[in-house]
Write a protein that binds this ligand. Structure first.
Ligand SMILES: [Zn+2]
Length: 62
């Protein structure tokens, strides 16, 4: 039996944007660094998440 564990964090391979999963809101939240600066990356980036291809929430669901 395979258990799929959804990722809790993702990083854009293009611009370096970093998100973490917020279970409370059910959305991705932008990570902030030690100085409180949001690591939003390039706003025009198409974002190539490092989890692409390894996890698809649309597969294996209900
Ligand atoms: Zn990006």
């Amino acid at each position: 039996m395979t258990t799929i564990v959804p990722p809790k964090e993702r990083v854009c391979e293009r611009c370096g944007r970093s998100d973490v999963w917020d279970d409370d809101t059910g959305t991705w939240t932008v990570v902030t660094d030690d100085e409180g600066e949001r690591l939003t990356g390039d706003p025009f980036c198409l974002h190539e998440w490092d989890i692409n291809g390894t996890y698809n929430p649309l597969e294996g669901g209900a």
